[in-house]
Design a protein around this ligand. Structure first.
Ligand SMILES: *Cc1c(COP(=O)(O)O)cnc(C)c1O
Length: 307
């Protein structure tokens, strides 16, 4: 298996942080691997261990046509010499899709199933299991995935008052909350929900974390829902990249960095507090045709203003 000892906690100095007297750090999990990035590598780690003990012939997993998890699994399996199969929700896209092309380059076999069929994950999983395959759920969301994400906390070099990450399934956040509880840290954990109605994330955490824990899910930073963006968000992505050198993706990490700036602006952190953001990777999400088009429109408007 690939191994990583990258644990960079980089301090970022935006004027708005200095003005409020808070310290902001980014844990650069995006640097773990260009495609098996961030939390996807962490979620695969112990699933891979389980695969090795399972006496199965390959890995099957699930995702949408732009899924970072599909891409990460394809790359991970190729690195580890494991045959991989991706069950993709919906029909095969007609146009160019960078995620699916890359997954195929890594040897993943793609099976497209209708949205209706896709809902019956259990049925599909059973068929593959009976054929000798190891099944990892969509997004890598299972106990082994959570266990891998606990290590985000165990690797830290210093203590923080707040830890913040973006959440889709909530698996990563569950690992963070569980590790903070197990270690008895006083750190407050915050999740930024990237889907509408992110309150379900409280249930996800309760499912995986049996220890007493305090945490907050922030449900007002979804920008219209999963993979939805607004010019304000893309403008922020641009500002953040240009002023920190750190690129984020519009689906997950831009929403999280935006939320952090907004919460700082609204005095939700105390002077002197140290805040850690988790860069969960996923930069490929910026490079779809649709996202690049939206970004280009925002940049174009700015250029017009400059003239
Ligand atoms: C998948 C993904 C997430 C969401 O992680 P969950 O564990 O599903 O909450 C966050 N950030 C990035 C970049 C991702 O690719």
């Amino acid at each position: 298996m690939l191994s990583t000892n990258v644990s960079i906690e980089q301090k970022i100095n935006l004027p708005e942080y200095l003005e409020k007297g808070v310290e902001v750090y980014v844990k650069r999990d995006d640097l773990i691997h260009p495609f098996i990035s961030g939390n996807k590598w962490r979620k695969l780690k112990y699933n891979y261990h389980a695969f090795l003990e399972s006496n199965t012939i390959g890995i099957v997993t699930f995702g949408g046509a732009f899924s970072n998890h599909i891409l990460a699994t394809a790359a991970f399996c190729a690195h580890s010499g494991i045959p991989s199969i991706g069950i993709i929700r919906g029909e095969e896209p007609k146009g160019i899709n960078h995620v699916l092309i890359l997954a195929r380059l890594w040897g993943m076999i793609l099976k497209f199933v209708s949205r209706e069929q896709y809902k019956d994950t259990e049925e599909i999983s059973n068929v593959w299991q009976n054929n000798g395959y190891f099944v990892i759920p969509e997004g890598g969301e299972n106990e082994d995935g959570v266990k891998g994400c606990e290590e985000i906390i165990y690797e830290l070099n210093q203590s923080y008052d707040h830890i913040i990450c973006a959440s889709g399934t909530g698996c990563t956040f569950s690992g963070i909350v569980r590790a903070v509880s197990k270690q008895g840290l006083l750190t407050k954990c915050h999740s930024i929900a990237v889907l509408k109605q992110g309150e379900f994330l409280y249930d996800t955490v309760r499912k995986f974390v049996k220890e007493a824990a305090e945490y907050t899910v922030h449900c007002n930073y979804h920008f219209g829902g999963y993979a939805k963006t607004t010019p304000e968000l893309l403008d922020f992505l641009n500002y953040f990249a240009a002023n920190t050198g750190i690129l984020s993706d519009p689906i997950y990490t831009s929403k999280m960095f935006f939320a952090v700036n907004d919460m700082i602006k609204n005095n939700q952190f105390k002077k002197g507090e140290r805040i850690l953001t988790i860069h969960t990777g996923g930069l490929i999400g910026l490079l779809s045709e649709k996202m690049l088009n939206d970004v280009q429109n925002v940049l174009h408007k700015k250029t017009l203003i400059l003239k």
